[in-house]
Design a protein around this ligand. Structure first.
Ligand code: NAP
Length: 329
């Protein structure tokens, strides 16, 4: 999986079509999609145009998309994948992810009542995962994985079927470093992809969130950027790449698409990485709270960790030794 990809959440059809085309021209070879983003057809138009123009061939680009929560029933898994393939105009995916470990009633895109969200025992994640692991043999997806899974849930999948996901896509940035998840996934051979690596500013209005820390404006990030003659976004992307974690920043602006891609040549120093390491406060911008109100799901049941304050959670994380830093790939 190419380590740097383009995110597509919140991108309108017109914007994403232009952004994907430009990203492929700049050199991106990994596009992150999802059925719930509602723009797979526009991504597909950009891919089709790039293939026809000879900018890139299908086997040179890595396409990920995701199973929405309303299709966890094993009999809905393959049809959902086939719908995404149809929208994307592709014969196969490189990676198909279970978007969340939470199932909803079939046909529900965005839940409007608590009864739209099923209790955890209604469709256990193991049965959805069982159906997903059958997909690579069909040729419809080269690999399958999960997203928003805690280490405990990854262990549950592994224990039930003996097959760990190829990838776990989770929120990850200097405020949410998750060293135990990183180490646990490494042990099981599960690759990680970092979503919302820039702090997902444009999702704040969607969730009515008032971010107390703006990652792209954090003084430590600004300071490191200034010392390298780089931008804050480049520092955050380079930080993820230095941890050998794939990263999928979203932008629909040409200059930022280029800027983010160029982050691959930024090499952070040990001091930079130590300084960024100290920013960890286990802070989630995307905490899944839209799934909790009036349902059987809670912060604790989703993330398998206590919903204590960010400061307390940071201290718990700090009890676990950090994995050694590695050289950038
Ligand atoms: P993000 O990539 O952290 O941040 C996107 C925001 O940063 C947008 O407002 C974007 O604005 C801005 N931005 C991009 N490049 C910039 C730069 N160089 N300088 C300043 N601002 C910049 O947030 P995200 O979209 O939440 O996460 C990235 C991708 O991860 C998503 O698009 C999606 O593909 C995936 N994701 C997956 C899940 C999941 O549940 N699996 C959840 C969240 C995200 P412009 O677009 O206006 O440039």
């Amino acid at each position: 999986m190419p380590a740097l990809g383009l995110g597509t959440w919140k991108s309108s059809d017109d914007d994403v079509e232009r952004a994907v085309r430009e990203a492929l021209e700049v050199g991106y070879r990994h596009i992150d999609c999802a059925s719930i983003y509602g723009n797979e057809a526009a991504v597909g138009r950009a891919l089709g145009a790039a293939f026809r123009a000879g900018d890139v061939s299908r086997d040179q680009v890595w396409i990920t998309t995701k199973l929405w929560n309303d299709s966890h029933d094993p009999e809905h898994v393959r049809p959902a994948l086939e719908r995404s393939l149809g929208d994307l105009g592709l014969d196969y995916l490189d990676l198909y992810l279970m978007h969340w470990p939470i199932a909803m009633k079939h046909g529900i895109r965005r839940p409007t009542s608590p009864s739209d969200i099923l209790p955890p025992e209604a469709i256990p994640i193991e049965s959805t995962w069982d159906a997903m692991t059958a997909l690579p043999a069909t040729g419809l997806s080269r690999a399958v994985g999960v997203s928003n899974f805690s280490l405990a849930k990854i262990h549950r999948l592994h224990a039930s079927l003996g097959r760990a996901p190829a990838v776990n896509q989770v929120e990850m940035h200097p405020l949410l470093q998750q060293p135990r998840l990183v180490e646990g996934c490494r042990v099981l051979g599960v690759a990680l992809t970092a979503y919302s690596p820039l702090g997902s500013r444009d999702s704040a209005p969607i969730f009515g969130r008032r971010d107390d820390v703006i990652l792209l404006e954090h003084p430590t990030v600004l300071d490191i950027a200034q010392r390298h003659g780089a931008t804050p976004a480049q520092v955050l992307i380079a930080w993820s790449l230095a941890r050998q974690i794939a990263v999928i920043p979203k932008s629909t602006h040409s200059e930022r698409i280029r800027e983010n891609f160029a982050a691959q040549s930024l090499v952070l120093t040990d001091d930079d990485r130590i300084a960024l390491g100290w920013l960890d406060r286990h802070h989630r911008y995307i905490d899944g709270n839209g799934f909790f109100k009036g349902t059987a799901h809670t912060y604790e049941s989703l993330w398998d960790e206590p919903a204590t304050t960010a400061f307390e959670r940071r201290d718990t994380e700090r009890l676990i030794p950090l994995p050694p830093l590695r050289d950038p790939v």
